[in-house]
Design a protein around this ligand. Structure first.
Ligand SMILES: Nc1ncnc2c1ncn2[C@@H]1O[C@H](COP(=O)(O)OP(=O)(O)OP(=O)(O)O)[C@@H](O)[C@H]1O
Length: 675
């Protein structure tokens, strides 16, 4: 059975019914077929005893569903803005009623009408469509750059991301192993080698081939077809160059038994029948395999051997190489189907240690530099060796500015919460090596408790809760599992770290645009309300024209003056909006520095608005529809300074802010970019 959807690992498991279920975790039971997994080969009959949410897959799904989604920063802010606007609008409306009746002598009916007008002028009618459109556009931009976002508000959460927790293999690196070299008791060999392989090299190569689920075939046209995990394929290529042919797809499993690669145990094993006896082959992380080895090259492993091997592992891992140890032993053939995993993987003979180079992805170094400039911290959370992870992290520039700390899984497990908070609170970047899925959840929780907005990448089923818990869970589209993709908010179609950074940059742009619009919403209320109040001043015009409270303006000589007042109010609103729109373009910089005419779309918008306004105040049917008239030129001239007054006031305010924050005026210099 291929249990990859459940366990996240691609190595198929051999199921059988002769034996009672083992006492370990249920997913390790060898007599249960799990929902959502696939039959790779063989046949059998099964009794269904659980469906839907009662299955193992259902349990994981419900576990990740229980981890609810918090409000995104934008959702939170928009809610606050909406309440604030509502309070201001209602407050102004209510305050106007007594003022209108007591001071202006309006009837209660007219005062309520004015109050409703004030309330409506304050409603940010464009807020929802603008935010939705900005986010939807962001989703499109992200999709084009290889990031599919499942929740529209995730775009702006991406923009607020301050910490990226990334895995290593396939995200920072290419997951394409090259430059393999192998240590055996006879020394170090690097394929391809012209010298005939020694006996111990052949033994190690055979153990590697027997403990693999990948296959290599050649089709009729001579094309090589490789299938399986890149690490295993690299081992098969190396073994093949030492004269041990790789397994082919569809080959019968000749009664062998496998214990799947377990990311928690960091090893896998197979038991292969050899006539009456059998051979146990184990491969995995060197520390895990070594502690199960008791002999080497026909003698017992001594303390000196351990010390020499530890030195070799540290040297190779320090070069950023990915390491695997292979070991084997013979077993009584009768025990093949009955022995349990722990007993089978005991008392092994160390055959060799293989080192592979997994080169960094092109573009990751630049992406890391972009993160640093944007003040984003990167944490590597990996199942690999501490030194390998450090080597790769340093190779792509992680820790270059802030320093790099490495914490291993056992260190993290022993660490109390307050110490973890303290370490995460430092400005240094971190590598968490040899971590478990539970540790990922713990790291995410601790970061979020510290108020960080966290993006977390991962691909295994076990990682789903951590993906859900983070602000932005990022799953891999190519090599990830379905459950991880289901739990994630964003799926990378190219599995590339650089795409996350592109997505964060796009998110920041969208966030910035939404923020500008919210500023505009607040600012535009003033130029809309002020002319509305000026309308009351135009009452002065009406007053001069002979109007008194209670007189009708719907006909007669006063009607023209009334229409003129209405038109000038409308034009005042439009003129001030031009100024507000220009002022909203930047938060701190002067408009000259970003280019007064650089936003062509906005200029086209202005042109459209001017033409629209001219039509509304000059075309007779529209005049009678909207109650407007064509004002005389001397009144129109009054409108000209309005946009410049609004824009200029904001320009002055920004200039004062820049001046206040400049090094000459601040006691301490501002932080470097990226700090
Ligand atoms: N197919 C495999 N069979 C046996 N051991 C393996 C296999 N793949 C990886 N390992 C060993 O287990 C260790 C942990 O692997 P794991 O897949 O959990 O993390 P990783 O791929 O190294 O890193 P990341 O978590 O960043 O993707 C590896 O360093 C390696 O030594």
């Amino acid at each position: 059975m291929d249990l990859s959807t459940l366990t996240g690992e691609s190595v198929p498991v051999h199921l059988q019914t002769q034996q009672a279920a083992s006492s370990g975790p249920i997913v390790e039971a060898i007599d249960i077929v799990f929902s959502g997994t696939n039959v790779v080969g063989g046949d059998g009959r099964a009794v269904v005893f659980a469906t839907g949410m009662h299955t193992e897959l259902g349990h994981i799904a419900s576990l990740s569903q229980r981890v609810g989604h918090d409000e995104s920063p934008l959702e939170h802010q928009v809610k606050r803005v909406a309440w604030l606007i509502a309070a201001v609008a209602v407050g102004m409306g209510i305050a106007f009623i007594p003022l209108g009746t007591a001071l202006a002598g309006l009837s209660l009916h007219d005062s309520v009408n004015f109050a409703i007008g004030l309330l409506v002028a304050n409603v940010p009618e464009g807020l929802l469509p603008t935010i939705t459109l900005a986010l939807a556009l962001g989703v499109r931009i992200l999709a084009r750059s290889g990031a599919l976002v499942k929740r529209i508000s995730a775009v702006e959460t991406l923009g607020s991301t301050m910490v990226i927790c990334t895995d290593k293999t396939g995200t920072l690196t290419q997951n394409r192993m090259t430059d393999t070299q192998m240590w055996t008791p006879d020394g170090v060999v690097s394929p391809p080698s012209d010298a005939p392989p020694s006996e111990s090299v052949r033994t190690a190569a055979q153990a590697m081939v027997d403990c693999c689920t990948a296959t290599i075939d050649v089709d009729e046209s001579g094309q090589v077809i490789e299938f399986g995990d890149p690490t295993e394929l690299a081992l098969l290529r190396a073994a093949s160059s030492f004269g041990v042919p790789p397994p082919h797809a569809g080959e019968s499993d000749d009664g062998r038994r496998s214990f799947a690669f377990d990311p928690a145990l960091r090893r896998m094993s197979t038991i292969v029948p050899t006539g009456d006896a059998a051979r146990v082959n184990v491969k995995g992380a060197p520390e895990e395999v070594l502690q199960r080895c008791t002999s080497i090259a026909g003698r017992r492993l001594s303390g000196d051997d351990h010390a020499a091997l530890r030195e070799l592992i540290a040297r190779w891992a320090g070069q950023g190489l990915r390491l695997l140890a292979v070991a084997s032993r013979s077993l009584d053939g009768a025990l093949i189907q009955t022995i349990d995993r722990d007993d089978a993987e005991q008392d092994l003979t160390l055959d060799g240690i293989v080192a592979m180079m997994d080169p960094p992805r092109p573009g990751v170094r630049d992406a890391v530099a972009v993160c640093h400039r944007a003040g984003i911290r990167i944490m590597v959370v990996t199942g690999d060796h501490a030194l390998t992870a450090r080597g790769i992290a340093e190779g792509v520039g992680i820790g270059a500015h802030r320093g790099l700390e490495v914490i291993t899984g056992p260190d993290l497990d022993a660490m109390p919460e307050n110490q973890l908070d303290e370490i995460l609170g430092h400005t240094t970047e971190l590598v968490f090596a040899r971590t478990s899925p539970e540790a990922k959840l713990r790291i995410t929780d601790a970061l979020r408790d510290l108020g960080e907005v966290v993006a977390m990448t991962d691909d295994g089923v076990n990682d789903a809760p951590a993906l859900r818990r983070s602000d932005i869970g990022v799953a891999m589209g190519r090599n990830g599992t379905d459950v991880a993709r289901e739990a994630a908010t964003m799926v990378l179609t190219d599995d590339n770290f650089a795409t996350i950074v592109t997505a964060v940059a796009a998110g920041r742009r969208v966030y910035d645009n939404v923020r500008k619009f919210i500023v505009y919403i607040f600012a535009h209320a003033t130029p809309e309300v002020v002319p509305f109040l000026m309308y009351a001043l135009f009452l002065g015009t009406l007053w001069e024209g002979g109007w008194r409270f209670g007189d009708s303006v719907s006909s007669g000589p006063l009607h023209d003056t009334w229409e003129l007042a209405t038109t000038m109010t409308f034009l005042g609103i439009v003129a001030c909006q031009f100024g507000t729109a220009m002022a909203s373009r930047t938060q701190r910089a002067s408009l000259r520095s970003i280019g007064v005419t650089s936003n062509r779309l906005l200029l086209w918008g202005f042109l459209f608005e001017i033409v629209f306004v001219i039509v509304v105040i000059t075309v007779p049917p529209l005049q009678s529809l909207s109650g407007t008239t064509t004002p005389p030129v001397h009144l129109l001239i009054w409108l000209l300074p309005m946009p410049f007054v609004v824009w200029g006031a904001d320009e002055l305010y920004r200039w004062m802010r820049r001046r206040r924050d400049s090094p000459a005026h601040s006691p301490t210099p501002p932080a470097e970019p990226g700090h």
